[in-house]
Design a protein around this ligand. Structure first.
Ligand SMILES: Nc1ncnc2c1ncn2[C@@H]1O[C@H](COP(=O)(O)OP(=O)(O)OP(=O)(O)O)[C@@H](O)[C@H]1O
Ligand SMILES: [Mg+2]
Length: 216
């Protein structure tokens, strides 16, 4: 798939479908993801929300190359991903201790080291050492591409440039919302911004309809 600008997307999920055979080795197949297509720009921040068990973690694991899709394909810079890619890191995190989407890789690491007293030169050396240790040389000035999964709708909007809402399993994308707010954001001011409040109402409405449509 080629984006509107004519370039190949940075990261792309193309009609991903996943089914698992039943637990305890039974032959019953459970369809978890129906057909999910999403693309991600370099340095972008997307939150994914959806009911528990709809397939968010399954989707993330497939995008990270940790799990093979039953159908469809993940592409990184146009190339199929079939094993974990060095540019992708799968993390479990709390967002108040997470990456800053508006800081580069180097700036994120420097921020993490700031609690320790350092002169500028030592800090730069420590950052370089940390980058080397995790194999991120060449990505120092890149912004993290973040694909974030949460059950907290406020957190999903506050952090992201885009919020994707998934249906119950087998999951599809039911809605996508752009978050037209610049970074850095502010815990209080951003959450009082009318743009934020309007978006919050629409995202909650979309999630609500996911539950209504499934009759639960
Ligand atoms: N390896 C597996 N074998 C069989 N079924 C699985 C496997 N992994 C996940 N599932 C099933 O797939 C469905 C989706 O699971 P997944 O963990 O992706 O959901 P989720 O959206 O991340 O849920 P949550 O919000 O609770 O984290 C669930 O019904 C789960 O039981
Ligand atoms: Mg999960």
């Amino acid at each position: 798939m080629v984006s509107a600008t004519g370039s190949v997307p940075y990261l792309e999920a193309v009609r991903l479908r996943k089914e698992f055979s039943g637990v305890d080795g039974s032959q019953v197949r459970v369809e978890v993801l129906e057909s999910v297509s999403l693309s991600f720009e370099q340095g972008s921040f997307t939150s994914i929300v959806g009911p528990s068990g709809c397939g968010k973690s399954t989707f993330l694991q497939m995008v990270a190359g940790l799990l093979r899709p039953s159908q469809g394909e993940v592409r990184f810079r146009g190339r199929p991903v079939s094993s974990p890619h060095p540019a992708m890191i799968y993390l479990f995190q709390q967002y108040n201790r997470s990456l800053f989407a508006w800081k580069t890789v180097s700036q994120n690491i420097a921020f993490g080291l700031k609690n320790r007293p350092h002169d500028r030169r030592t800090l730069a050396q420590e950052v370089a050492r940390a980058i080397q240790a995790v194999g991120l040389q060449g990505f120092e000035n890149h912004y993290p591409t973040v694909l974030f999964i949460t059950h907290d709708i406020d957190e999903a909007i506050y952090l992201a440039q885009r919020v994707v809402v998934m249906s119950r399993a087998p999951a599809r994308v039911v809605a996508e919302f752009e978050v037209p707010m610049s970074y850095p954001r502010h815990q209080i001011a951003s959450r009082e911004n009318p743009i934020y409040l309007d978006l919050r109402r629409r995202v909650f409405g979309s999630i609500g309809s996911v539950f209504e449509n499934s009759g639960s």
